[in-house]
Design a protein around this ligand. Sequence first.
Ligand code: NAP
Length: 332
Amino acid sequence: MKAIILEGVNQPLKLADVEKPELRAGEVLVKMKAAAFNHRDYWIQKGQYGGLRFPSIQGSDGCGVVDMVADSENNHWIGKDVVINPSLNWGNNPHTQAKDYIILGMAQDGTFAEYVKVQARLLYEKPAHLTAAQAAAIPLAGLTGYRALMTRAAAKPGNKVLITGIGGGVALLCMQFAIALGCDVYVTSGSDEKIAKATSMGAKGGVNYKTENWHKEIQKMSGGFDAIIDSACGEQFEKLVDLCKPAGRIAFYGATLGAFNSGVPAKIFWKQLTICGSTMGNDDEFAAMINLISTHKIIPVVDAVYPMGEAQLAMEKMARGEQFGKIVLSMY
Ligand SMILES: NC(=O)c1ccc[n+]([C@@H]2O[C@H](COP(=O)([O-])OP(=O)(O)OC[C@H]3O[C@@H](n4cnc5c(N)ncnc54)[C@H](OP(=O)(O)O)[C@@H]3O)[C@@H](O)[C@H]2O)c1
C-alpha cells in the first residue's frame, strides 16, 4: 500500500510503498479516504516529542471505510464510513490517562496511509452531514477542544469564553462547540483576517495578539471571561489571569510560546481562579463530542486539501501558521 513515511528527525515526508497491516484479534482495517494534520505531527518531525521511532507513519486523524475485520462480531462495521478515536488506551480513570496511553500516529502507525489498523472499539460512524475531508478534521482537535472547554474549563450556556489563537485546528473546533453550547465567544489571533472569519462564524469579537494593548481591548469589548481556553502559554499567560472574572477558569492544552508566567499569585487566589492543564480526552468525551457535532450539524473548517504525494507541502503550510482550520490529505 502507499503511505507517507517519516524516516527521521527533520526528514521530509515521503510517499512510499509499505506492507499492508495484518490484523490481530479485536482489530479492523480502515481504508482511508482523508487524513488531517495536527501540530503534533510537526513536533514529531522536528524531534520535539517523546517516544519517537523511525521509520514511522504519522497521522492521528482520519476518515475512511471499514475494509476488513479480524473477528466476526465486528462484521457489522464492514462498508461503514467511520472516524477513529486516536486516544489509544485511555484506561478506566476519566480524570487522567493510563500509563500506557499513546496517541495514534506515534508510536503506533497512523492515518497517513491507504490503510490503517485499529481496535474496533475506537470506531465511530462518520456524522452523516459531513464529507470525508470534514470528518477527518474532527478527532484529535475535536477531542482536545471538547475536554478543555466542557470538562476542564466547565463552560456553561451564557458564559463568556475567550479562545486564543483561533486559526488553530483545536481552537476553531472549540469555538464551534462553545457557540453550540450557547456561550458568548471572543477570540484572539495573529491575523485580522482570521478574526474576521471567526466573527462571521458567530464569535462576538476578537483582537490581534500582536497589538500592544490586545488584553485591554478585549477586556473592554467583553467585560471579562468565565472561561479561557489557551494553547500558547508563554509570557502573555498572565494577561489571561487578569482577563478572568472572579471564579473564572483557564484551561490550556499546549505551549506554543513556551514556559509561562502566571503573574501575581494573589490575583489567582483572591479571584478564586482555577488554572488547569488538559490533554486529549477519554472515550466518553469522544462519544459526547461526536454527538454534539451530529446534533448541532457542526461543520469543521477545512483550510486546504492536499493530495497524498504533497504531504510535505501540507506540513510546511501548517508550520508557517497560515491555516484557518484543518489541513487535510486526500487519499484517493
Ligand atoms: N495536549 C493536547 O492534548 C494537545 C492536543 C492538540 C494540540 N496540542 C498543542 O496545542 C497547540 C496547538 O495545536 P493545533 O494542532 O491546534 O495547532 P495549529 O492548528 O497548527 O495552530 C497553531 C496555533 O498557534 C496559535 N498561536 C501562535 N502564536 C500564538 C500566540 N502568540 N498567541 C496565541 N496563539 C498563538 C495560532 O493562532 P493564529 O493562527 O490564530 O494566530 C494557532 O491557533 C500545539 O502546541 C499542539 O502541540 C496539544
